[in-house]
Ligand binder design. Structure first.
Ligand code: M6R
Length: 609
């Protein structure tokens, strides 16, 4: 995720900015840069790759100033490259900006600036338009120009700007992206995150949405959206830098579980237009292509494969085309039936999983069109695909995947809806219903996270069980696999997932009093069958935790405990149903004293066979 650091003080801003950027490295980034006002102009230095690459190109004493802004970029629009890195300048570099977030209407602004002002853009980013907008509105007052620019922008952003003609201040603004001001003596900071400042300051102002802030060496002034100055209480940071990186959460996994409402929102907002159509910007699949596919393969590993299991049911239902799901390590060696009428969908958080990459190459070799669903922009899978559908979950640091999974699910719905609409295989009413339900998911996930304590209590009660089963039918079956993987990978409990209807064909022999079973019963049309399965299990003495939608209380009669998820249509239930399973796995692992973020024997990215 991108990071911002700005400094105004007495000297050597670049050193303070580099210190701050290094403190944000843990968030993941692909390039870094700094802009400083030097001799009446703004000098910008930026470099793809690690911060040490940037350090090498800013050593010369001429590149120095008491004020500057810096950035670490996690690519969204445009691949990682020197040009796409921040800061961005306007045409004569009299203005420079750094930006976190997304400018939703950047294409419109770009066209307008090119047509009316003849602006020539250097990068592929959405952010560059901000520098040009400010430049066009600039008339000797940076604050006023930033306010005018912001009035043209839609989206989520934290922006910091400097002007060559006002080399004593930084103007910053936030909307739905974090920003904090660090209070020093004779110097001040602005940053996207508290860890960036802790080496130099412990007192900060937390900037609120739609506020603009002007920072000089001696002053920090905050303005509300009406331009009135705001008095803000000083917030004293008591955490150490390590805790601050996790934003107060004990582990990255918990932090990432809690980031899911935002991650799901980000995935949706980038793909749904105001008129309800799905925007496939950057994806070149045509109507003819979509109508020509007679088969889809979804291929992935681990959690991403589990997202594919849900994706199969969703895409088949919406686009009326057969979908096969396979684990990449099997697909690549089994000479699958793939030809030029096959769409191959690779799902991967990292985009570097070797088996997924090899499967993709095999599918391509056989003539398939490759669409990948990837989180890391510019990764190998994304580079080798014909089209990429990014998940926009932001960096996932914990080995156990959480927000990558829920955003992969969102991509499956969007792909299914788009294909269904294009082929005419879904009614408008159904399309709109699913779309409305998707838009409600960030709030529903957020609401569910509020029952964390209840699930933590269940984890405390059951954390000593050594055998846990996850069962479900239909789409719940895929979620069961994911719940089971989450639990086993971080708590080392022997857990097992199976289609509920398969239990009687063997696995029920293992049920005994010490067994714990999660019964996922979120599918209305399969609900009664799940209740019957739970009865069969109870007859063998096992403990059962049911997961059902609000209002479906029948299961209370048979299960020992029930976790309710917000009511929703069956199709989108996986996005909410998986949340309690992630939280349960997390707290069980915590109770058992496991290394949650880095479980034994596992790596975040599996780049070997
Ligand atoms: O980066 P990828 O999505 O390709 O990784 C695939 C699996 O290794 C990954 O999903 C793994 O199963 C998770 N870390 C489990 O939480």
């Amino acid at each position: 995720m991108c990071g911002i650091v700005g400094y105004v003080g007495e000297a050597h801003a670049k050193e303070k900015i580099i210190d701050g950027l290094k403190k944000l490295e843990y968030r993941g980034y692909d390039s870094a840069g700094i802009a400083l006002p030097v001799d009446g102009k703004i000098a910008i230095r930026k470099h793809v790759g690690e911060i040490k690459n940037l350090e090498k190109i800013i050593l010369d004493p001429e590149f120095d100033s008491p004020i500057g802004i810096g950035h670490t970029r996690w690519a969204t629009h445009g691949a990682p490259s020197d040009i796409n890195s921040h800061p961005h300048g306007n045409e004569d570099n009299s203005i420079a900006i750094v930006h976190n977030g997304i400018i939703e209407n950047y294409q419109e602004i770009k066209e307008w600036l090119a047509k009316d002002y003849g602006v020539k853009f250097k990068s592929e980013t959405d952010s560059e338009v901000i520098a040009h907008l400010i430049g066009i509105f600039y008339d000797g007052d940076l604050l006023e120009a930033v306010n005018k620019a912001v009035a043209e922008m839609r989206g989520a952003y934290a922006v910091c700007a400097i002007a060559a003609a006002e080399p004593d201040k930084i103007v910053a603004v936030r909307k739905d992206a974090p920003l904090v001001a660090g209070i020093g003596k004779g110097f001040n900071f602005i940053a996207s995150d508290i860890p960036a400042l802790l080496k130099y300051v412990r007192e900060v102002y937390l900037i609120e949405n739609n506020e603009t802030i002007v920072i000089t060496a001696d002053n920090i002034t905050i303005y509300d959206e009406n331009g009135k100055t705001v008095k803000r209480d000083v917030f004293h940071v008591t955490w150490d830098a390590d805790a601050a990186e996790k934003e107060g959460y004990e582990h990255f996994m918990l932090k990432e579980i809690h980031e899911q409402p935002k991650a799901v929102y980000e995935t949706l907002v980038r793909r749904i237009n105001d008129d309800g159509s799905i925007n496939l910007d950057g994806i070149s699949m045509t109507k003819e292509d979509i109508e020509g596919y007679n088969k889809i393969y979804i291929v992935a590993c681990g959690t991403a494969y589990h997202a594919g299991l849900v994706g199969k049911l969703v895409i088949e239902k919406m686009a009326k085309v057969p979908v096969e799901v396979d684990v990449a390590s099997e697909f690549r060696y089994r000479d699958p039936f793939v030809d030029e009428n096959t769409l191959f969908i690779a799902i991967s958080q990292s985009g570097e999983t070797l088996d997924t990459l090899a499967a993709l190459r095999e599918a391509k070799r056989k003539g398939a069109r490759v669409l990948s669903v990837v989180n890391v922009v510019g990764s190998s899978v994304s580079r080798e695909s014909d089209d990429v559908f990014y998940t926009w979950a932001g960096p996932e640091i914990a080995v156990a995947s959480t927000k990558a999974y829920t955003t992969q699910l969102i991509c499956m719905y969007l792909i299914g809806l788009y294909m269904g609409r294009t082929k005419g295989t879904i009614e408008t009413e159904y399309y709109n219903k699913v779309l409305d339900q998707l838009k409600e998911l960030p709030d529903k996930v957020d609401g569910l996270l509020k029952s964390e304590d209840k699930i933590a209590a269940l984890a405390k009660k059951y954390h000593r069980r050594e055998q846990v089963f996850f069962i479900g039918r239909g789409i719940d079956c895929g979620v069961s696999y994911e719940g089971s993987l989450k639990l086993k990978e971080i708590s080392y409990i022997n857990s097992f997932a199976i289609a509920a209807g398969e239990l009687k064909h063997g696995t029920i022999a293992l049920m005994e009093e010490e067994s714990l079973v999660f019964a996922l019963a979120t599918q209305d049309f399969l609900y009664e069958k799940m209740v019957s399965n739970v009865e069969e299990i109870k007859a063998r003495g096992a403990r059962v935790i049911g997961v059902a939608k609000d209002g479906r209380t029948e299961i209370e009669k048979v299960a020992d405990e029930v976790i309710y998820i917000p009511d929703c249509i069956d199709e989108v239930a996986p996005v909410v149903a998986v949340i309690p399973l992630q939280i349960f796995a997390y707290y069980v692992a915590k109770e058992r004293g496991c290394n949650i973020d880095k479980p034994k024997n596992l790596a975040k990215s599996v780049t070997v066979e």
